[in-house]
Each structure stands twice: as structure tokens, then as C-alpha cells.
Design a protein around this ligand. Structure first.
Ligand SMILES: Cc1cc2nc3c(=O)[nH]c(=O)nc-3n(C[C@H](O)[C@H](O)[C@H](O)COP(=O)(O)OP(=O)(O)OC[C@H]3O[C@@H](n4cnc5c(N)ncnc54)[C@H](O)[C@@H]3O)c2cc1C
Length: 276
């Protein structure tokens, strides 16, 4: 089996202070020698310049950066321009997504689904980029059916994606089932679990409701029971997420992708517990 691929995801900060904080976060994570740091892209292009700035800094520091790139609000022309910039900056990995329509935005853009974006990137740049796409162990909330959602993931791989990163989840069986079903559909690219450390319960509950990632009832009850006691929430979260990662790696997951929310400490704590 090939070596597991570990990576960390950031969002592009809005302020100079946020950029400073992200620099410090990267400095703390760099010794873990991840395969890449990825930077999200605000759908509609709202973070286009900030994503680029963060990505260029990461490259200048000598790390591999993987910009996220999304369909919503994008045209063929502006994706082409962005691809040229990334090619010129020696970037080799992209995370290609549809994105979500920001409220009040009317123009969805020229690509409807992520498979069309993957196809376009391949047509424009050949095999230069390693393209990651999103996968959903608990299914995408807008999917017409479970089967459609699985076939849509296959469509992105068939369009030329090299691997997938999942939405976060706390139920390892959902991940193993996805890998198993995709394998049966003839998809055998790496599907890397996305890991969301647990730091603040209210924030996690909000994210989870929006993206369709389930917090199992027993976990939700325990987390609610801690009230404002953040220390207990974090200690419980560390135990649960470490055990999840252990199970995933032992079961053959090809790596882990950490959603850091620009904080290094929760991911580092899990990393240390895993003895990586
Ligand atoms: C690892 C990861 C990173 C992310 N990073 C970002 C980011 O940087 N910026 C951001 O805005 N969002 C990000 N997201 C969120 C993502 O944009 C949303 O989940 C979005 O709603 C779906 O994006 P997608 O690329 O999975 O879309 P798609 O694969 O296009 O799927 C969207 C929906 O349409 C359906 N579908 C797909 N193709 C077709 C088709 N051809 N015909 C009919 N139905 C179809 C799917 O089943 C699904 O329900 C990320 C998600 C993940 C898991």
C-alpha cells in the first residue's frame, strides 16, 4: 500500500491579522510535513484574490499549495486566467468544486456541476494538475437520490479527477461503505477522509446542519451536556476524532485531510495522539 497522504485545509483570511494568524498556524503545522496545504475559495469569486495571496505565500515558503476552485459565478475565461496563474506559479494540485450559491447571488456561472469544471481543467491544461474533487459519505444534501450522488462522484472521476476528499463525518461506516460502493462502480482512486476536529460545539452544529454531515445522537447529547465547558468539549472531541482516525487508517484510508479552520492546535493534538 502506498504511503498515506496527509493534508491541511485553510480558508483565506479577510484581514492582515488573519493572515498573520494563518502564517503562525502554518509554521506550527509545517513540521508535520503534510503533502499539501489547501486553501478554500469563496463561491462566486468573493475570495479569488485572497485565495491566490494565501496560495502564493504557501508556495514561497516551500510547501505545496492546493487552491480550491469553484464553478459558482465562474466563466470559462476567468477559470482559464486562474489556471494560467497557477501554472505560472508551479502549482500542481487543485481541489475542483461546484461551490454553493451565496444568498442574493443571481449568476450561477458557466459551469453547472463540478464534473464540467474538471473536464474543462483537463481540456485546458492536460495532465499538469492533480485534481481532487469532493465526496460525500453521508450524501450531498441536494442529491436527487443516493444512487445519483454516487454516480455523480463517478462522473467527476471519469472526467479526469485523480482523487477525492470527503466532507467530514463522524461515522466511519459511512466512509467505508462509500469506498466499497465506489469500488463496485469501478472507481478505485484514493478517497481521503476529511476530518473535522471538535473545538466549539455551537459552530460544529451550525456547519453540520448546513452541509448534511451528521453528528451522531450520542455525540450530540454528550457535547450538549458539557454546556459552556469548552475544555470538556475539546477533550471529548479529541478522544472521539482520534478514535475515528485510527479506525479509518487501520481500515485502509489512503490519508487524512484536516479541516483546520485556521487553528493548528486541534489537528496537532490528534496527530500526536495518532503517533504519526
Ligand atoms: C473537500 C471539500 C472542499 C470544499 N471546498 C469548498 C470551497 O473551497 N469553496 C466552496 O464554496 N465550497 C467548498 N466545499 C463545499 C462544496 O462546494 C459544496 O458541498 C457544494 O454544494 C457541492 O460541491 P461539489 O463540488 O461536491 O458539487 P457537485 O459534484 O457538482 O455536486 C453538487 C450536487 O449536484 C449533484 N450533481 C453533480 N453532478 C451532477 C450532474 N451532472 N447532473 C445532476 N446532478 C449532479 C450532486 O449529486 C450533488 O447533489 C467543499 C467541500 C468539500 C467536501
Amino acid at each position: 500500500m502506498s504511503k498515506p497522504v496527509f493534508s491541511f485545509e485553510f480558508f483565506p483570511p479577510q484581514t492582515p491579522e488573519g493572515m498573520d494568524k494563518l502564517r503562525a498556524t502554518r509554521k506550527q503545522l509545517a513540521p508535520l510535513k503534510p503533502a499539501f496545504f489547501s486553501v478554500t475559495f469563496g463561491a462566486g469569486g468573493s475570495t479569488r484574490d485572497r485565495t491566490l495571496d494565501a496560495v502564493l505565500e504557501i508556495q514561497r515558503e516551500g510547501h505545496q499549495a492546493a487552491p480550491h476552485i469553484s464553478c459558482i459565478g465562474s466563466t470559462r475565461d476567468n477559470i482559464r486566467t486562474l489556471l494560467k496563474t497557477y501554472l505560472a506559479q508551479d502549482i500542481h494540485r487543485l481541489v475542483a468544486l461546484r461551490g454553493d450559491m451565496p444568498s442574493g447571488m443571481a449568476n450561477a456561472g458557466e459551469f453547472r456541476y463540478a464534473n464540467e469544471l474538471v473536464e474543462f481543467i483537463r481540456a485546458e491544461t492536460g495532465t499538469h494538475f492533480h485534481i481532487e474533487v469532493a465526496a460525500y459519505p453521508e450524501f450531498h444534501p441536494q442529491a436527487r437520490s443516493v444512487r445519483d450522488d454516487l454516480l455523480n462522484l463517478k462522473r467527476k472521476i471519469d472526467a479526469g479527477a485523480n482523487s477525492a476528499i470527503t466532507q467530514y463525518f463522524y461515522n466511519a461506516d459511512a466512509y467505508f461503505n462509500l469506498v466499497d460502493v465506489m469500488h463496485k462502480l469501478g472507481v478505485d482512486v484514493p478517497i481521503v477522509p476529511g476530518i473535522m476536529p471538535i473545538n466549539k460545539f455551537a459552530q460544529l452544529a451550525r456547519f453540520s446542519d448546513a452541509c448534511g454531515a451528521e453528528i451522531p445522537r450520542w455525540m450530540r447529547k454528550r457535547l450538549e451536556g458539557f454546556g459552556d465547558d469548552n475544555g470538556s468539549i475539546q477533550a471529548f472531541g479529541l478522544d472521539v476524532v482520534t478514535q475515528l482516525c485510527e479506525r479509518l487508517l487501520a481500515g485502509g484510508a489512503p490519508g487524512l485531510h484536516f479541516y483546520t479552520l485556521n487553528n493548528s492546535a486541534p489537528s496537532i493534538a490528534i496527530w500526536k495522539r495518532l503517533g504519526l
